[in-house]
Design a protein around this ligand. Structure first.
Ligand SMILES: Cc1ncc(COP(=O)(O)O)c(C=O)c1O
Length: 382
């Protein structure tokens, strides 16, 4: 039996052959330091990086490819967005209890060390935070509104467009954590109202690990979180003003970025039909889990209100134990906690965790059917 991979919310697998080939070329034919020397190899490497910015800008509907700054992953992008825009002492941020530790730990660190205040809004019963709650939480010193595009635990898609409209009305930058949505859900930035959009390259964008980035609206100027060489304005010991170099000190991850370009192209190619397929698979997974005895499913009832991520628990078995039993049968899911402690607390799963099955672009209906059969087998052994 072929192994089944249902941990795409952590990182996508497999990576398409186009990605592998681009990584290979970046380490051979295209290998040089982008944006540094003036020789033709370096110039070509620079074009490889620009091509990735263009592919991402196209996917997101961003007018200017230079509004995309690369980093190591989504965490890196979130750190730049929050630390770079939150004024800390005397400032306030509105965020949610759905957030990943890549947001929560940054906010908490800023609170402890620099006196930042923050408010975390709770989601309603279907796992969605009410947009008006953001308006009510605003204070005169609110400097940033942040919300995940989709929860990495419940899969619930958040009403970012409505939250973005409230942020715009209030004249406050709006940061969206796109880790679970980009490449999986078709959308343009304009529909989200995001002035900052953080994303990983290695999840639904199908790129290599070690890639990610931040869309920064051209009207925003963040404080860089890393200082160093950019290959520009080298006469100065100050970080350049111009984006994206301002935020990208040090040699870029050319193999990762080249692979990401290929991944973005594959992901963008038929995104709407991929989303339709994901919905059908999610629906089948939800229906199958509901048909099993003693299964608790977290998050929205309706598949269309989620990305292809389903967290659940079965009977009294711990989520880590169930994940191990599935692994022993060559099915990869994630058990335990999912780096989002506040939502686990609200769901009552802080101790036990939850099994998370996450569908990816290459998941098939046969795999979902087999997963459900194996769950039933495990259940009969308990
Ligand atoms: C909602 C959310 N935000 C942020 C991250 C962090 O992403 P990365 O591992 O690329 O830093 C994840 C990772 O799973 C996530 O699910």
């Amino acid at each position: 039996m072929e192994p089944i991979y249902l941990d795409n919310a952590a990182t996508s697998r497999p990576k398409p052959p186009e990605v592998l080939e681009s990584v290979r070329l970046a380490l051979t034919d295209w290998n040089a330091n982008p944006g540094r020397s003036g020789h033709k190899h370096a110039v070509r490497a620079g074009r490889v990086v620009l091509e990735c910015r263009e592919a991402l800008a196209g996917l997101l509907g961003a007018e200017d490819p230079l509004s995309i700054a690369f980093g190591q992953n989504c965490t890196d992008a979130l750190n730049l967005a929050i630390r770079g825009s939150a004024p800390c002492e005397g400032g306030h941020v509105v965020s949610t209890m759905l957030e990943h530790n890549s947001v929560l730990r940054v906010l908490e660190d800023l609170r402890l060390r620099q006196g930042l205040e923050y408010t975390l809004l709770a989601p309603g019963p279907e796992g969605v935070v009410e947009p008006e709650a953001f308006r009510r939480a605003l204070r005169p010193n609110t400097m940033l509104i942040e919300c995940t595009h989709a929860s990495n635990v419940t899969g619930a898609i958040q009403p970012v467009g409505e939250i973005g409209a409230i942020a715009r009305e209030a004249g406050i930058p709006f940061l969206v954590d796109g880790a679970q949505a980009i490449g999986a859900v078709p959308f343009f930035l304009a529909e989200t109202g995001a002035s900052l959009y953080a994303f990983p390259g290695h999840k639904a964008l199908l790129g290599p690990q070690g890639t990610g980035g931040l869309y920064i609206a051209p009207s925003l100027r963040l404080t860089p979180q890393r200082h160093g060489g950019t290959g520009t304005e080298s006469e100065s010991i100050r970080q350049p003003e111009a984006a994206p170099e301002r935020y990208e000190a040090g040699t870029l991850n050319l193999p990762g970025i080249a692979g990401l370009t290929a991944g973005v192209k594959v992901a963008a190619e038929d995104l709407s039909s991929a989303r339709e397929r994901e919905l059908a698979l999610t629906e089948a997974l939800l229906d199958g889990l509901r048909a099993l005895h003693g299964v608790t499913i977290y998050g929205p009832r309706d598949a269309s209100a989620r990305v292809g991520t389903v967290a659940f628990n079965m009977g009294d078995i711990s989520s880590a134990d169930l994940a191990d039993r599935l692994d022993a049968r060559d099915i990869a899911v994630r058990g335990g906690l999912h780096c989002a402690p506040m939502i686990h607390r609200l769901l009552g799963t802080l101790e036990r965790g939850a099994v998370r099955a996450s569908i990816g672009r290459y998941t098939t209906m046969e795999e979902i059917a087999r997963f459900l059969i194996v769950l039933r087998e495990i259940q009969s052994e308990l």
